[in-house]
Design a protein around this ligand. Structure first.
Ligand code: SF4
Ligand code: SF4
Length: 339
């Protein structure tokens, strides 16, 4: 890895850590993934939520912004994959307009689904809708026991999550157990689960935890899934506030510095991804979007860009919490980077 970065140029703790390890600053490759945040409305209010989403939030992507996202997608053949998130993205009335539009343009779709949304009003056909659009589902399930999951996601969340997983299994989701998704082409009806730690620790090794989940969910509930993705909690928003209250925030930040893995830096998701917020604002990743950290490439909004390929080679704005992506096995929206 290049060591062109001088320590004297370090402007935050992440950049200083890169410099101390002789690693060059982050820069972009040609974007291949567009992440779209449909808004902050959610039927849950989880303790670790970095979006601060809840049932009382009103921020939602409007139709004009959805149309603009689809127009820029059409003009950007480099984007192979659209990753849709929220809040609970399904609670935005324009959600299916976006999914239909992405599907019609032949790009792969991933939806970050919180599972319990399948039981919200008007979502009765959601599992079938996903199946009909070959959407990959990525669903948080912080533990295979009710007590731990309910602690993080609210009382009763575990039982409703299991019922939702069974509904997805019933329409063909979760059948490729253990097999990796193809890097290109359709990846039909994949169901991946997400684990993130309850407290200020790094996730355990992804492969061994996946084996535990597979065994327990099959034995206890007859649930099947494809892959388990482990994600490190970012020390921002609700999770950071929680640590601050416990007096553990400094300790957690030091853990991320001490666990820095240089080999993860080439794989961090912002190298290949552009994130667009509910109001069209662009950012280098979902976390930065939540913190109003502007895109390193300069464009402020989806209305300022015509083709995402023009971002190739541009810089990425960094901050101290980027250390959450490079600690241990590394972490991204697709799970461990080095697992
Ligand atoms: S389900 Fe997801 S978006 Fe909703 S509050 Fe929980 S973590 Fe946040
Ligand atoms: S927090 Fe965002 S910008 Fe920072 S390393 Fe992670 S993905 Fe990249």
């Amino acid at each position: 890895m290049s060591s062109a970065f001088s320590p004297s140029r370090a402007s935050n703790r992440f950049d200083a850590t890169l410099a101390a390890h002789g690693v060059a600053p982050l820069s972009r490759r040609t974007p291949t993934t567009l992440q779209v945040n449909m808004g902050k409305l959610c039927n849950q209010a989880c303790r670790h939520c970095h979006v601060d989403a809840s049932p009382t939030r009103t921020e939602l992507m409007d139709a004009a912004t959805v149309e603009r996202v689809l127009a820029v997608l059409e003009a950007s053949p480099c984007i192979e994959h659209v990753d849709i998130t929220g809040g609970a993205p399904e609670m935005n009335p324009r959600f299916r307009m976006l999914v239909d539009g992405v599907h019609a343009r032949g790009r792969r779709i991933t939806v970050r689904c919180n599972l319990t949304v399948l039981f919200e009003e008007g979502q009765d056909d959601l599992a079938e809708y996903y199946a009909a659009h070959d959407a990959t589902i990525i669903a948080s399930l912080p533990c295979y026991t009710a007590a731990n999951t309910d602690t993080q996601r609210g009382s009763g969340a575990f039982g409703r999550s299991i019922a939702a997983l069974l509904a997805l299994n019933a329409v063909g989701y979760g059948d490729h157990q253990g097999a990796k998704a193809p890097s290109d082409g359709p990846a039909p009806r994949r169901l991946n689960l997400v684990y993130n730690p309850l407290g200020p620790s790094l996730p355990p090794p992804q492969a061994s935890l996946e084996a535990d989940y597979r065994e327990r969910l099959r034995t206890d509930f007859n649930v099947v899934f494809d892959e388990l993705l482990t994600i490190t909690n970012m020390p921002i928003h609700r999770f950071a506030d929680d640590l601050e209250r416990q007096g553990k925030l400094g300790e957690y930040e030091q853990l991320l510095v001490d666990s820095f893995s240089p080999q993860t830096v080439q794989q961090v998701m912002c190298r290949d991804l552009v994130s667009v917020d509910w109001d069209g604002k662009l950012a280098d990743c979902d976390f930065h979007q939540m913190l109003d950290i502007p895109l390193g490439a300069g464009a402020k909004s989806i209305f300022d860009v015509d083709d995402f390929a023009t971002f190739a080679g541009s810089s990425i704005t960094t901050a101290a919490h980027c250390l959450g992506c490079t600690a241990g096995q590394g972490s991204s929206c697709g799970g461990a980077l080095d697992g």
